[in-house]
Design a protein around this ligand. Structure first.
Ligand SMILES: Nc1ncnc2c1ncn2[C@@H]1O[C@H](COP(=O)(O)OP(=O)(O)O)[C@@H](O)[C@H]1O
Ligand SMILES: [Mg+2]
Length: 570
């Protein structure tokens, strides 16, 4: 829409969390600022948000209290914690001029990584607490139950950042002082019916409410995920039939004690939905559980032998979800169930092996590409990060550690450049300790460890790793790998301020590059390096060899080297 008297207000994410829209206003004055979302990474949901008026008001009020810094939404899987938290965060956004940040933690298994994930979401390059400082920001930590051990770290951040508010979703409380619990109630009966009707209408256009609908929703405890799974079947089963079949299933389960009834309802509904699948669907459903953080269509086909129609059918049945960028994934409760089916199938071990090899091949393909610092490759790696983590988290027999070590070596540069330095350091060091055979994978991982340590500011560790990498690469006859080690070694000794050493390094670097890199920009620098880096002058002032010269040399050398050695660097 454009025309006279219209003022273009640009693109805005409106607070109902729909996709950004171009907004115009009629006339030039007289309207308050738009209530839209800037500084946020809150995801846009594929379906409309329904009901929850009271809960939203409660949460906005709670977050508005200065003394309430941490609110935890609890409840079993499928209750609607995530959806409610996302909406409440969007509603409250005006109170947080410095931003509202969503940090999904469902796929994380290591509590040590929580703060690093938070730092990434905020774009914090240095210390997280220093980055947030007195800023007024809201953090939404989604699915904290897997990483509850990180609760004390969260407490420390809250203490250091006086205007930070945190909204958590978790199946259990964090048990921190000052934590405000907010158990998420079931939907109101009318809201439950609305949700069921909305999803049923999407599955079978023209679907109309029948007398059994309300009773069915009540039998499903108005639990959003259970309602969605049931509604996905209305093309084949009427609400009366659903009530009869699912009702029987639920009756059988009522015996269990000490468990939240909603948890039983969800379990029963997932089981029921699964039983109605055909053998091909059941097989694919179980196999998809091998991936963590979802997968692309190509991966589903190559790794899980997915047939497109079968995959589509799982999506239609609400068991698998698909995101805009073409990733297939499952809600946690459903994936847990699928993982149990995979274990029962007898295929699990072999499929995990294939999964590991598949993602190793991907990382090895990506590794030389990211040396060009291609954003596209970094993004692709980031999207598969949880799959890499799944491979690395499996405690494998010693023989398979070599695969993990190769993977870690190939991911080092990604970790170093994409905000995962701590994670990279821990993973590579751990694997180097566990797998000590003097093989190419180890040499490459040592180079990775040297890069990561340098970026973490652990210069002497970086030097030690680079030295070890250099020795091993030499004994294995890999000159490109050795050039990498030398470059990192040159950097480390320069940073350490050992003025005599870099010159030697630079020269060794030069000759190593000369043998692995034929000509070009580097040889120009090689000409200059021995004379310019001639060691410290006598007296206290450094002579021609300044820190800058040496670091500049190694930095520009590496750029050339990466370009030249792409595809064969070690
Ligand atoms: N108020 C709501 N409006 C629309 N859909 C909802 C609502 N609450 C939950 N859902 C849907 O129900 C499913 C489960 O909700 P989710 O927030 O993922 O639950 P939890 O985080 O408690 O496991 C999701 O597909 C979600 O989109
Ligand atoms: Mg959730």
């Amino acid at each position: 829409m454009a025309g006279e008297g219209l003022l273009d207000l640009g693109e805005h994410r409106l607070k109902d969390l729909s996709a950004p829209e171009r907004i115009s206003q009629v006339g030039e004055t007289g309207f308050p600022p738009l209530r839209s979302l800037h500084r946020t990474n809150l995801p846009v949901a594929a379906t409309a948000f329904l009901g929850r008026t009271r809960e939203l008001a409660d949460l906005v009020e709670l977050l508005g209290r200065q003394e309430v810094r941490l609110v935890t939404l609890t409840g079993p899987g499928g209750t609607g914690k995530t959806r409610l938290a996302l909406h409440a965060a969007a509603e409250a956004a005006d109170a947080y001029p410095d931003g509202v940040f969503w940090v999904p933690l469902a796929e994380l298994r290591e509590s040590e990584l929580v703060l690093e994930e938070v730092a990434r979401a905020l774009g914090a390059e240095d210390d997280l607490a220093a980055h947030i400082a007195a800023k007024r920001a809201l953090l939404l930590l989604d699915n904290f139950e897997q990483v509850v051990d990180a609760a004390p770290q969260l407490s420390t951040s809250l203490a250091a950042c006086p205007n930070l508010h945190v909204l958590v979703t978790s199946r259990e409380l964090l048990l921190l002082p000052g934590e405000q619990a907010y158990p998420v109630p079931p939907l109101e009966p009318q809201e439950g019916v609305e949700l069921f009707l909305a999803r049923a209408g999407a599955a079978a256009p023209g679907f109309v409410e029948t007398s059994a609908t309300r009773e069915l929703c009540e039998r499903l405890d108005n639990l959003p995920l259970a309602l969605e799974l049931a509604a996905a079947r209305v093309r084949v089963l009427s609400p009366e039939q659903l009530l009869l079949r699912l009702g029987q299933r639920l009756d059988l389960l009522r015996a269990g004690r000490g468990v939240d009834p909603r948890q039983q309802t969800l379990r029963a509904t997932i089981e029921w939905s699964h039983e109605l699948l055909g053998p091909d669907e059941q097989r694919l459903f179980a196999r998809l559980a091998v991936c963590r953080g979802g997968c692309t269509l190509e991966t589903a086909e190559a790794l899980c032998d997915a047939d497109l129609d079968v995959l589509q059918s799982l999506v239609d049945k609400s068991l698998v979800r698909v995101r805009d960028e073409g990733r297939f994934w499952m809600l946690e409760s459903i994936r847990d169930f699928a993982a149990e089916r995979l274990e029962e199938s007898g295929d699990a071990e072999q499929l995990r092996r294939r999964h590991a090899e598949y993602f190793l091949a991907f990382a090895e393909e990506a590794d030389p590409q990211i040396s060009h610092e291609s954003k596209e490759w970094l993004d692709r790696l980031e999207r598969e990060h949880d799959n890499f983590r799944a491979v690395l988290d499996r405690r494998s027999p010693a023989g398979e550690d070599e695969l993990a070590l190769r993977l870690a070596g190939s991911l080092s540069w990604f970790w170093a450049t994409n905000g995962h330095v701590d994670e990279g350091v821990r993973r590579v060091d751990d694997l180097l300790r566990r797998f000590t055979r003097q093989v190419p994978a180890r040499a490459k991982a040592l180079n990775g460890a040297a890069d990561l340590a340098a970026i973490a500011g652990e210069i002497s560790t970086s030097r030690l790793r680079a030295e070890a990498a250099l020795d091993l690469h030499r004994s294995l006859g890999n000159s490109a790998g050795a050039a990498h080690s030398l470059w990192q070694l040159g950097y480390a000794v320069t940073e350490e301020g050992d003025w005599a050493a870099p010159c030697g390094c630079s020269r060794r670097l030069s000759s190593s590059f000369a043998s692995s890199v034929p000509s070009g920009r580097f040889s120009e620098r090689r000409e200059r390096s021995p004379t310019r880096c001639s060691g410290p002058a006598s007296g206290s002032r450094p002579g021609p060899c300044t820190r800058r010269t040496c670091s500049g040399l190694v930095r520009s050398a590496t750029e050339t080297w990466r370009r030249r050695c792409s595809g064969r660097w070690g």
